[in-house]
Design a protein around this ligand. Sequence first.
Ligand code: LAC
Ligand code: ZN
Length: 488
Amino acid sequence: MERRSRRLERKDPFGRHPRLNRAGAEDAAELSALLGPGKVSVDEERIRTYSRDEVPPAAMGGPHPADLLVFPESAEEVAAVARYCHDRRIPITPRGAGTGLSGGAVPARGGVLLSFERMNRILEIDEANLCAVVEPGVVTAEIDRAAAARGLAYVGDPCSGDASFIGGNVAENAGGNKVVRYGATGAQILGLETVLPNGSLVRFGGKRRKDVTGYDFARLLAGSEGTLALIVRIILRLLPRPRRSAALLCPFRTLAEAVAFVPRIAREVRVIPTSAELMDRRAVALAERYLSTRFPHPEAGAHLILELEGNHREELADRVEAVGDLCLASGALEVYVAEDRTSRDRLWRARKSVGEAIGAFYSKFAKEDLVVPTSAVPELVEAVGEAAVRWGLDSVTYGHVGDGNLHVNLLADDLPEADRRLGEARRFLYGRTLELGGTLSGEHGIGLKRRRDAGLFLSPEERALIRRVKRAFDPAGILNPGKIVEGN
Ligand code: LAC
Ligand code: ZN
């Protein structure tokens, strides 16, 4: 029989967490020696700034500062950091641009925060294979700009695309405005190069359109929230860039009419729009106030923003007309068509500002990211209305109506017992979402913020599998600990 090694195992006998250590001044010095000058920081102010994302720290039990920051410049340097931390059981939390909305990049258990901001090169736009090879710290929108120069497109388009990093998009499987047509970030990934928590470099997938040689690990890593591996290089599919596009702004008398209209586009016009976005009346009012702008028909119950593409003038004009006519026949008060860049950009800016506007004007709210089968969207919208009335709350509903993912916000500023109302209303909405075949998060992830809520939506078997997959990649439990499910 094999003898158990008597080596001291750093394991917490009472918890499911492996025992983890903090990083101290000595680790900062050693990492600095390992990486070279200027790549490690222990500056408190800087650590505070880097140790958060877009979620107010108060919503996650206060700030969770890292012990130190590292700024590697290559995959080898990432691997060196991983090996160092692995040997000492020091947590590593990977971080992109910090635009996340669930605390995914927040170092829940201290340790090393690894920023990818210096790994920001677009390495290749491969026209022959219709793909891009990029480092994780590239700003998402830059990939599409680089592709556009060759008549190609990168179709991942989260609302934060001008700031977010592609590495964070991959880790969170970010969604956004074009998912209805092209799928989320995961659907754009052909391959990933990663550093496992023990420091080994491993590739998954590659420049190929098909691959059933083994499990699809690249897809598993998309949305793994930085808990399984450090992503150091990404191969993304590119598509031919449509020559023309138009955005339709369609105010509807009621929210219910706007929502009911959306599936008719695919059924009756036989086109899947590039985007089908919703802003209810309050979302419109918030964007107007935040950007000092005006929408036509601010009294409308909701506005839809529909984007259509085509290669030829007539092709696009036909689509615009077909969708526009159907819209008017379905209760739209008007249809505005933005074809030039400036007016399209203005429209999208307004749409993309809503999330920020809520944070700017309100302090007590529930910010949800619910997703249901598209046929259940009308019932979800009804449930939001019901919750608002029952608990005396204001609500703002907007987002990706075309793919069933709505940003539902319940606002409780100035109300007595705001927390109780928000808590009860949220639980009510979660219950309805489950009944409708939906789930907690369509695109923002679980992270630290929603770890407790996730339990309601994941079966015990699924939670156990999540933990086992986590352990398979990261037996020492050092990579982004404390995320997704309790005990991770
Ligand atoms: C949006 C972000 C909040 O869609 O996901 O605006
Ligand atoms: Zn969104």
